[in-house]
Design a protein around this ligand. Structure first.
Ligand SMILES: [Zn+2]
Length: 107
């Protein structure tokens, strides 16, 4: 029995070995992709993500697309901060205008 078990361990890696080499799956990578892009990811996870990206062209493309999109969005916002501010202001103004009639009738 013991000899058989020993032979099994040497020929086929046991479960422990698998866990040690946990490969990040595509699903996992997509889940952390946003954290990955915003740099607030644990270094360990980041390394696993980078390892996965080296092996998986699909995820690499996905990440690259997302990164490009973020860069474009950021650039757009940076170039037009007034636009974003006025958007927020307009929303607040609209909310106030909605409340205003009620306030008028109360006073
Ligand atoms: Zn992948």
């Amino acid at each position: 029995m013991n000899k058989e078990a020993g032979a099994n361990i040497s020929s086929a890696p046991p479960d422990g070995e698998d866990k040690k080499v946990t490969r990040m799956q595509c699903k996992d990578l997509r889940e952390i992709a946003d954290s990955c892009l915003s740099d607030d990811l644990l270094i360990k996870s980041n390394q696993e993500a980078l390892e996965h990206l080296e092996l998986c062209a699909d995820c690499l493309r996905e990440i690259t697309d997302r990164r490009n999109l973020r860069a474009i969005l950021r650039a757009a916002v940076m170039q037009a901060p007034a636009l974003q501010l006025s958007d927020e202001f307009a929303a607040r103004l609209r909310a106030r205008l909605r409340v205003a009639p009620a306030l008028l009738s109360l006073s």
